[in-house]
Design a protein. Structure first.
Length: 244
């Protein structure tokens, strides 16, 4: 599978860039500490600022180390569960279907969050009777609305420029330049299905992972090309075996 080498390991690139940023931020903090900038006149603030950036970049690098290794394992394995390529028509249908699904999900999530925000707003107004809370909640809802509508379109733009190929392994998958693993950092599969009501069948790999508040659910979508439905069903069956 020599053509695997043509697929860039984006998680490794992110990891390397994060380590470089970490080193630059630490060097900057050391330089400020050894400079003539008075600590009480902004020197300490700059050092803390650079230190926080360095810590964030370091955490990002450490998180992406297992993702980079998982990517190599997926690409280099001799027999992945499936490896599919798509013609232009199939890929464009996938982009449209992916956008539609993301918009439906984001709108539902936005309505849920907005409802909770309005309930919180009502409670705050009853307790404090301060109109400032209205502007704060309105700004929050506006920001979430912008994110909900822009994020899917950014993903669609990335898919248009992505490789028309999917590689599916037991622990990770690569689709159009996007890599995802569902076995690291506490993540685990919760469902696998094939949606066939759209323009093109979509294999849904549904997993969840822990966050600071609770478990967050994500869906990784993989289009099924013409003539590969039987193989897709076998892939879904193999992945379901991981669900506990």
């Amino acid at each position: 599978m020599d053509n695997n080498l043509m697929i860039p390991n984006k998680p490794r690139k992110v990891m390397r860039n994060a380590f470089i940023i970490t080193a630059i931020m630490i060097a900057g903090a050391v330089a400020v500490g050894n400079s003539k900038i008075d600590g009480m006149n902004g020197g300490y603030a700059i050092i803390v600022f650079l230190g926080l950036f360095a810590l964030s970049a370091l955490i990002t690098a450490l998180v992406y180390i297992p993702r980079a290794r998982e990517f190599d394992a997926l690409i280099q394995q001799i027999k992945p569960l499936a490896r599919w390529t798509y013609n232009q028509k199939e890929w464009e249908a996938f982009i449209r279907e992916d956008l539609r699904e993301m918009m439906v999900f984001n709108k539902a999530t936005l309505k849920y969050v907005a409802t909770i925000a309005l309930v919180v707003l009502a409670i705050l107004l009853l307790i404090y009777q301060d109109i400032l809370f209205v502007w704060i909640i309105a700004a929050l809802i506006l920001l979430l609305t912008i994110v909900a509508f822009i994020t899917p379109r950014l993903r669609s733009a990335a898919l248009k420029n992505g490789i028309h190929e999917a590689i599916i392994g037991e622990k990770a998958a690569y689709v159009g330049g996007t890599f995802q693993t569902w076995t690291k950092l506490g993540a685990h599969l919760i469902a696998v299905d094939i949606y066939t009501e759209g323009e093109i069948p979509i294999l849904h790999i549904i997993y969840e992972f822990p966050t600071l508040q609770a478990y967050q659910q994500e869906v990784f979508r993989i289009p099924v090309p013409v003539g590969k439905m039987q193989q897709a069903e076998k892939v879904a069956e193999a992945l379901r075996a991981q669900i506990k």
